[in-house]
Design a protein around this ligand. Structure first.
Ligand SMILES: NC(=O)c1ccc[n+]([C@@H]2O[C@H](COP(=O)([O-])OP(=O)(O)OC[C@H]3O[C@@H](n4cnc5c(N)ncnc54)[C@H](OP(=O)(O)O)[C@@H]3O)[C@@H](O)[C@H]2O)c1
Length: 286
């Protein structure tokens, strides 16, 4: 089984890679030999993870350093994998990040890079891998989107637009591929304890009000990357349409989203109030 996993240097991706190796170690006879290509920008972390997994002797792990903001990266990743193994069975589009900025303050270059990483790269990787996945006896596409796509959230507008686009693309692809051996899974995590939030905060100044909004999220809404990854690993053997972790965070958002679709004024009032209460709101300038 040949797997491409993007965003393996931390959080959900790193946990997925470790659990895949653990599965092979736990039951080597039942697990097919695994070739795992892991990608990210942090070459040191990638190498150290690849070395650790290769020591099991049951997984052949290839680290590929690539910045997905580079439009040529998807082509290079797929080519490196084909050069090494000549096939692809599983594509996990996990890499991504969120920029929590009031939109009028967001750097246009940052918006462009975010769209490239969070939306264009996973769609292109899917396109490039798909002819190979269709030749596999059990092709899998796992797209890590976000539960943010259920409710339009200010300050994460561009991020949410990318994830909503990815969710739409994933559902459309699953329907297009029905009747083939390729299964498509949409992962919609709620808030998860990873480096996602600390990375998101990096771009904010100390006094930026967006900071307070994020820091105020209650701890009970957070799930763990291990739990998300475990569900993704299970879906390799028993494909699922959707994975939502944690259900206690994602289902209320889904129901709220449905309600706000039917009654848009209610959604505008509720979400805007939520943001104003946290002290975040742009003002018109005289
Ligand atoms: N944590 C949450 O609350 C949450 C909620 C909903 C959805 N998600 C989604 O879950 C996925 C995994 O995030 P996480 O929570 O595990 O966060 P994380 O710990 O920050 O991991 C993000 C991964 O994406 C990679 N990445 C970021 N920018 C990249 C770029 N320009 N090029 C290549 N790789 C890049 C990072 O690697 P390098 O830094 O080495 O490049 C890292 O491996 C993301 O798609 C995220 O949007 C997360």
């Amino acid at each position: 089984m040949i797997v491409i996993l993007t965003g393996a240097t931390s959080g959900i991706g790193e946990s997925f890679a470790r659990q895949l190796a653990a599965k092979a170690v736990a039951d080597p006879k039942k697990t097919p030999r695994i070739g795992l290509a892991i990608t990210g920008r942090n070459a040191l972390r990638l190498k150290s993870l690849a070395d650790e997994l290769n020591r099991t002797g049951l997984i052949d792990c290839l680290p590929i350093t690539a910045d997905l903001a580079d439009p040529d990266a998807p082509q290079r990743i797929v080519q490196d994998v084909l050069n090494r193994w000549g096939r692809i069975d599983v594509l996990v589009n996990n890499a991504g990040y969120g920029l929590p900025h009031l939109f009028h303050k967001t750097d246009p270059a940052d918006i462009q890079a975010q769209i490239q990483v969070d939306l264009t790269a996973p769609i292109l990787l899917t396109r490039l891998a798909l002819p190979h996945l269709l030749k596999s006896p059990a092709g899998r596409v796992i797209q890590v989107s976000s539960s943010i796509s259920t409710i339009a959230y200010p300050i994460f507008g561009a991020y949410g637009a990318c994830k909503s686009g990815l969710s739409y693309f994933t559902d459309a692809l699953r329907r297009e591929l029905s009747g083939t051996r390729v299964a498509v899974t949409l992962v919609e995590p709620g808030p998860i304890k990873t480096e996602f939030l600390s990375r998101a905060m990096e771009g904010l100044e100390k006094n930026d009000t967006e900071r307070g909004f994020i820091e105020n999220w209650p701890s009970w809404v957070f799930g763990t990357p291990q739990k998300v990854a475990a569900e993704m690993i299970k879906s390799l053997d028993r494909p699922k349409r959707r994975i939502s972790v944690t259900k206690t965070a994602v289902w209320p958002m889904r129901l709220g989203g449905l309600l706000f679709q039917i009654f848009p004024p209610l959604g505008d009032w509720f979400v805007s109030k939520n943001l104003r209460d946290a002290g975040v709101s742009p003002r018109s300038e005289d």
